[in-house]
Write a protein that binds this ligand. Structure first.
Ligand code: ASP
Length: 352
């Protein structure tokens, strides 16, 4: 009977809350020892028509695997930083996403990856940019945070440090996927960057199929500490040396126990111009906006108004999870210690 009642409560929550997935109420304190994780695998033109049943299944299964990996860390009493890292590593190792294996190519035909991680309990953070021999860039971001006095290391210097720290280093061919390479081929010679998975029709007009395969995770552990992380290959045909929002603390990633943790995906330059993740946190902290309002304000009234596209996931200090995007869809999911577990990809209003 007890089980039935709690299942009904969970069902009610899932049906009644769309982008406000959990109830946001400051008077509701976090359940002691509760924990949660939320992830994304990129936003954009993620529609039912664009994805075969097999593709939907492959993405759902990989997202669930990433959630489970992070959840397991939290369930065992591990810290949120380790949960974020575990979830992101699963997605970095999968060619489905634009991070680690399967990262997109720059205009020179190389893959340059960026990643960042942040600890909301003390604002410690670390990031790497422009690396292409580190199998899991999120681990490199963690090492920058834990073992240097810096926040962001790039290129060769970052790779030398990671080698010294015993990270798995790979030949850049490890990251190759035919699909991403073909995307570059189509773009080479054009003064235009291509967002991950964007497709062209014959007359070379963009079809509305934008997707950003960046990956990210935010977790809160049993102690109530929040962590956030993001990992990406950036944008196809980006200039050699271009760095996006994902490794920029405050733009693509932010965590603060006073408010929330956030990971973003989308046209990075706009998330940098608006310092998007930090802006959302500030709106919650100082303007007393709800997370739902703050996400909407930044994604639609700031980023959208400038012409940017993408989405963000957010986990607040009470363990409530939220997401929003101004694109058609976003690969996303969450899992909470109260039994809630959801993986979705399409428009907020077309779910279920
Ligand atoms: N935000 C990433 C970048 O601009 C791209 C993405 O989200 O896919 O590098």
């Amino acid at each position: 009977m007890k089980k039935l009642i709690s299942s009904l409560i969970v069902l009610f929550l899932l049906i009644s809350c769309k982008n406000e997935i959990s109830k946001n109420d400051d008077s509701i304190q976090r359940e002691p020892n509760s924990f949660a994780i939320i992830i994304h695998g990129g936003a954009g033109g993620v529609t039912r028509e664009n994805h075969s049943k097999e593709q939907q299944k492959a993405y759902s299964e990989k997202l669930q695997e990433a959630l489970n990996a992070g959840y397991l860390v939290l369930e065992k009493g591990g810290i949120s930083l380790d949960a974020v890292q575990a979830a992101i590593m699963i997605m970095e190792d999968s060619p489905l996403f634009n991070a680690g294996k399967g990262a997109v190519y720059n205009s020179e035909g190389n893959q340059e990856m960026d990643a960042s991680i942040m600890d909301g309990s003390n604002l410690n953070c670390g990031a790497v940019a422009g690396v292409n021999h580190i199998k899991n860039p999120i681990l490199a971001a963690r090492i920058v945070m834990d073992s240097t006095s810096h926040v962001l290391l790039s290129g060769k210097g970052a790779e030398i440090l990671m080698k010294k720290n015993g990270l798995v280093m790979v030949d850049s061919s490890y990251f190759f996927t035919e699909k991403r390479f073909n995307q570059l081929r189509k773009m080479q010679g054009k003064e235009q960057t291509l967002l991950d998975h964007t497709s062209y029709i014959e007359n070379e007009n963009l079809i509305d199929d934008h997707k950003f395969g960046t990956v990210g995770a935010v977790a809160i552990d049993k102690k109530g500490n929040i962590a956030a992380g993001t990992s990406t290959g950036g944008m196809t045909n980006k200039k050699y040396g271009r760095i996006g929002d994902s490794p920029i603390i405050g733009s693509g990633t932010y965590a603060n126990n006073l408010t929330c943790g956030i990971s973003a995906t989308g046209t990075g330059e706009y998330f940098m111009k608006t310092v998007a993740a930090h802006e959302v946190s500030n709106l919650i902290q100082y303007k007393k906006m709800s997370p739902k309002e703050a996400l909407h304000e930044v994604l639609f009234n700031q980023i959208g108004a400038l012409g940017g596209e993408g989405g963000m996931i957010l986990l607040d200090k009470h363990g409530n999870v939220y997401w929003d995007f101004n694109s058609k869809g976003m690969f996303r999911g969450y899992k909470k210690s109260n039994g809630e577990n959801l993986v979705e990809m399409f428009e907020i209003n077309s779910e279920n």
